[in-house]
Design a protein around this ligand. Structure first.
Ligand SMILES: [Ca+2]
Ligand SMILES: [Ca+2]
Length: 416
């Protein structure tokens, strides 16, 4: 980080909201296969114990890698294989590593530019925008009054994403209560702590208060996983679904799930073919999900008359009997992986109350059917067109879980 970006940090704090992006996600994207490849653990008997044994004796790692990777052509590996290989190779878990890839979008800036009849490398002013002014304002991510390709770039090189990465570290440091809001008291407490014995806060002391230089892993102290923890979490689907979800343009797979209060069963099919449908997958023990969900809920309220929103509650990512997180304990979130549907529903109910869900929250069944059908674990967002086809599959959480990106996809669905 250079001095300019450190100086802009105070301003960013005021203007940039919270999302799930960590500094660790500012990495290059991995190569992804164009076609999804089916994956089943049944093809690899005994793989988990083989992986765990290889961690004990690292000279066995190449043998395990050979076993899993040789089954597929190099550019057609299923996401689960890429993830497992990344763990075995000791890769940092961040955007671009393992199965943390790009979102799938039916409509992007190129689509919008063609629709609005402007050049892809040109720009679009508000007066020339064909559509509601509110849509323009929401698409204009950096608020400079024109739409350009950079408003739609969610990749690691975009200036906006770099700013958000920095802003998130600052925000998380000051938001001691971890409720995704900075209060005046929290800001003053931060100021008092950071200035030390001085009356005012200088730039060096300000910068050092965030530990930006040492927060390379993106984890809070005590949260960084061991490779063994990652292997176990992988095979429990706590790191994420081993499946990849529907492709873009595919009919949204149907499901029926109960709401967290048990008041009704929702069948997806009954809501398709009218308005777009947005699905927001998540679970309470996923810290980035808790921090980010409020933004999804705001979007849900903003478009409540134009689209149908459902939350889907899935398997815990960080239960106390799995990859338990110190940061969860500090936030008062400590629970075991639910063993039956009643237990999962009880956690979903707590989640809905604490995060103030305004959209219905549906609870996935214990076989994780919908979480696997949509690859929704630990957190992920979808936009389904009014014709029932998948228009947006956000990247896997935590790194790909981006409310702003989902909102742009939804707006473009509504513009069509
Ligand atoms: Ca702009
Ligand atoms: Ca707070």
């Amino acid at each position: 980080m250079n001095k300019t970006s450190i100086r802009s940090v105070g301003i960013l704090l005021l203007v940039v909201g919270m999302n799930s992006l960590d500094v660790s996600s500012l990495r290059l994207s991995a190569q992804e296969p164009a076609v999804k490849v089916p994956f089943s653990l049944a093809d690899f008997p005994g793989l988990e114990s083989e992986c765990l044994a290889a961690l004990e004796s690292p000279d066995k790692i190449p043998t395990v890698l050979e076993r899993i990777e040789s089954k597929y052509e190099k550019d057609r590996q299923p996401e689960a294989i890429r993830m497992l290989a990344a763990i075995l190779r000791g890769s940092d878990m961040g955007m671009g590593s393992g199965w943390f890839g790009s979102p799938k979008l039916k409509r992007d800036w190129n689509w919008l530019a063609a629709e609005q009849k402007v050049e892809v490398d040109g720009s679009l002013k508000k007066d020339d925008f064909q559509g509601e002014p509110m849509f323009f304002d929401r698409l204009d991510r950096n608020g400079d009054g024109v739409l350009r390709s950079d408003d739609f770039n969610w990749g690691p090189t975009s200036q906006f994403m770099r700013e958000q990465g920095v802003a998130n570290v600052i925000f998380r440091t000051i938001d001691k209560s971890r409720d995704a809001k900075v209060s005046k008291e929290e800001l003053l407490a931060f100021f008092d702590k950071a200035r030390g014995d001085n009356a005012e806060l200088g730039i060096d002391a300000f910068r050092r208060s965030f530990g930006l230089a040492s927060s390379g892993s993106g984890y809070f102290p005590g949260d960084e996983p061991t490779p063994e923890r990652l292997i176990r979490g992988f095979f429990l689907s706590e790191l994420g679904s081993l499946q990849e979800g529907p492709s873009l343009g595919e009919a949204a797979p149907d499901f029926e799930l109960s709401t967290q209060d048990g008041s009704k069963k929702i069948r997806l099919k009954d809501y398709l073919g009218k308005k777009p449908v947005v699905l927001v997958f998540g679970n309470f023990t996923c810290g980035p999900f808790r921090r980010t969900y409020p933004e999804f809920d705001e979007i849900g309220q903003r478009y409540k008359d134009r689209a149908t929103f459902f939350g889907v509650y899935v398997r815990e990512a960080h239960p106390d009997d799995g990859w338990n997180m110190e940061s969860n304990v500090k936030s008062g979130v400590k629970l075991m992986q639910p063993k039956n549907f009643d237990e999962r529903t009880a956690v979903a109910k707590t989640c809905a109350a604490q995060l103030k869900y305004s959209m219905p929250l549906l609870v996935d069944t214990m076989d994780d059917r919908v979480g696997n059908l949509y690859s929704g674990m630990p957190a992920r967002a979808y936009v389904i067109d009014a014709d029932g086809k998948v228009a947006y599959q956000g990247g896997r959480g935590p790194f790909g879980f981006r409310p702003g990106e989902m909102e742009q996809a939804l707006i473009m669905t509504l513009l069509k």
